[in-house]
Write a protein that binds this ligand. Sequence first.
Ligand code: NAP
Ligand code: ZN
Length: 381
Amino acid sequence: MRHAPDLDTGRWKQMRFSYEMPVKVYFGKRCLNKCRHHLCSLGSRFLLVTGRSSGRLSGALDDAVSVLNENRLEYEVFDGVVNNPTLENVAEGAITARRFHADAVLGIGGGSPLDAAKAIAVLAVNDIEPHELYTNKFETVPLPVAAIPTTSGTGSEVTPYSILTRNDIKTKKSFGCSDMFPKAAFLDPSYTYSLPYNVTVDTAADAFSHAAEGYLSKRSTCLSDIYAVECMAAFGRCLPLLLKNNIKEQQRDELMYMAMLGGMVITHTGTTIVHGLGYQLTYNRDIPHGRANAVFMEQYLRYNSKVCGEKVDNILKLTGTRTFDEFGSAFGRLGNVSIDLSPEEIDLYAEMAYQKKSTSFNPRVVEKEDLKKIIKEALGR
Ligand code: NAP
Ligand code: ZN
C-alpha cells in the first residue's frame, strides 16, 4: 500500500502547523483605485498579463492602465494567455517580459492569467527551461507580482501556486514556493459582473472544492478549517440563487470572498483527489477546471464519509443539503457533464490521479481501484 493509513483527523494533530499568508489583500469595489499606491510601489515597468478578453470585458485592464498612466509608469500588455496555460504559453510571455525589461508583473483575469503571471515572473529573470519551474528553486527571486482576479474561483490571487498544462507528460501540474505569492491582490467583485453564467458556476464550484478538499485533508489545521467553513457557508448562501441563475451584486461579493478564502485554505492544505481526477477531464476532455471538480464532488464526500463522517455531515449542512442525493442533485444541476469514457480511459485517469502526491493527503487511504469506482459512479456508469 503506497499511502500509509492514517485515520486520525483529531484536533490534537490539527494543532501542529505553520502559517504563511504574505499577500496584502484589498477587497471591495474600486479598491484598485483607492489603493493604487501599493501597485505603483512594485515597479516602474509593468508587464500586464491577461487573456484574450477577460482583462477588457471585466474593465480591470482599463482601470490598471489608467492607474499606471496617471503615475507615469511604463507598461506593456501580454494578452495571449490561453485557458489552462501551457509551458509554451508562459515561455512566450517571458520573452515579452524580457524584451520590455519588465520589473513587475500584473496578472489580470481568471486563474489562467494569474497563474501565467506567476510563471512569467520567474522565467523573466531566470535562465531556465519552462519545465525547470517545477524544481521550485530559482537563483533569482521572481519579479514582484500583483493580481486582479476577474473570476471568483481559483483563489490564485492569494496562493503561491501556478498550475500549468504539461503536454510533455499529458496532464496539469502545479508548482510554487513562498517567493511566488503575489505581493498585492486587488479583489473588486464588479470585475466579475461580465462573467457568463456557466463560468460563474464553474468557478464557484472550484472555490467550493478547495474548501471541501482542504477541510477533509490530512493536512487540515484548526486554522485552515476556519477559512474552509466560512468559504463553504458563503457558498451555501449563494447556492439557491446560483441554481436559479439569479445572481445579484451581493452574491458577486460573496463569491469573490469565498474564492479568496478557498485559496487561503489550499495554500495551507493543498488539494486531494477531486483535483487529481478533475485534471484528467480538463486535459483530455477539455472540461473547465471547476466543472471537472464538481463532477466528482458527491462521490468524493460519500467515499470519505467512512473516515470523517462528522466533517462530511457539516459540509452537507453548510451547503443547505440534507443527504448525498440532495447534494449530488444540486451539483448536477450546476454543471452537468455527459461524457463516455472507455475502460482504458478510466484506468488511465485513475492511474494518473493515483500517482499525484496530493492523493496521499486524502483522509481515507486511496487505492487505484477506489479511484476507478469514483470515476465510474460520478459519470453514472
Ligand atoms: P480561466 O481559464 O481563467 O477563465 C475562464 C474563461 O472565463 C475564459 O474564457 C476567460 O476569458 C473568461 N473570463 C474570465 N474573467 C472574465 C470576466 N470577468 N468576464 C468575462 N469573461 C471572463 O478560468 P478560472 O477557472 O478562473 O481559472 C482556471 C485555471 O486556474 C486553471 O488552469 C486551474 O488549474 C487554475 N487554478 C489555479 C489555482 C492556484 O492556486 N493557482 C487554483 C485552482 C485553479 P480569457 O480567455 O479572455 O481570459
Ligand atoms: Zn481548483
